[in-house]
Design a protein around this ligand. Structure first.
Ligand code: AP5
Length: 195
């Protein structure tokens, strides 16, 4: 029997999703369920950048202090990492944490990096603080989390509003429910929209 994934692949040949949401909204958590379900690539600049820091590579040395402050790393570094991954993802991808500001939306359009669905995860600052302080990554101190949230509101807010007006925009409240329940809701919303 054909699965929904087979159907999508036959119809449009790929599935491309953008995950939008602030720090701790669950972008990476739900991406893991979606990449399994749709059999697509997880393109995650935050994770790639942290790996470069761990390796102490040239890129890692350039970005460590920036990530430690919760600021955005230089645009071209992120764009190069993303483009290399997209070239290796013929079945589609999830962009987890890109674009994050309007310059990156322009880069997206200039480089013909398309998407079929933009999933916006809506969650309160209180819940984000609770989740991230419990997670305890190096950039999960209260001060840095608040910096990341403020930057998100100022710079990523306009990206969300821009994408809201375009086809394929889906808002999901990720405040309540287990990760699995929220991931299943996202999958259902995408599949319903694709019918
Ligand atoms: P990145 O790693 O992407 O950090 P972030 O956007 O701040 O996101 P988080 O990883 O904190 O949150 P998330 O939304 O993925 O939530 P998660 O699933 O982990 O980026 C790090 C840094 O890299 C940036 O600060 C920047 O410096 C740089 N960078 C990245 N992209 C860039 C770009 N485009 N341009 C420039 N610089 C860039 O979930 C969080 C926690 O909540 C987890 O512990 C999870 O288990 C828990 N959780 C999730 N859902 C639930 C639930 N339903 N119930 C209970 N707990 C839950």
């Amino acid at each position: 029997m054909k699965t929904f994934r087979d159907f999508i692949f036959e119809q449009i040949g790929r599935m491309r999703i953008v995950m939008l949401g602030g720090p701790g909204s669950g972008k990476s958590t739900y991406s893991k369920y979606l990449i399994d379900h749709f059999d697509i690539t997880h393109i995650y600049p935050g994770g790639m950048l942290r790996k470069e820091v761990e390796k102490n590579s040239e890129i890692g040395k350039q970005v460590k202090a920036i990530i430690d402050r919760g600021e955005f790393v230089p645009n071209q570094i992120v764009l190069d990492l993303i483009k290399a991954q997209i070239e290796k993802s013929p079945k589609g991808y999830i962009l987890d944490g890109w674009p994050r500001y309007m310059q990156q939306v322009e880069d997206m359009e200039k480089n013909d990096i398309g998407y079929d669905y933009a999933v916006f995860l809506d969650v309160s600052r209180e819940e984000v603080l609770r989740r991230l302080l419990a997670r305890g990554r190096a950039d999960d101190t209260e001060e840095i989390i608040n910096n990341r949230i403020d930057l998100y509101k100022k710079e990523t807010g306009p990206v969300v509003e821009y994408m809201r007006k375009r086809p394929g925009f889906i808002t999901v409240n990720s405040e309540q429910g287990t990760p699995e329940e929220t991931a299943n809701e996202i999958i259902k919303r995408i599949e319903d929209e694709s019918k």
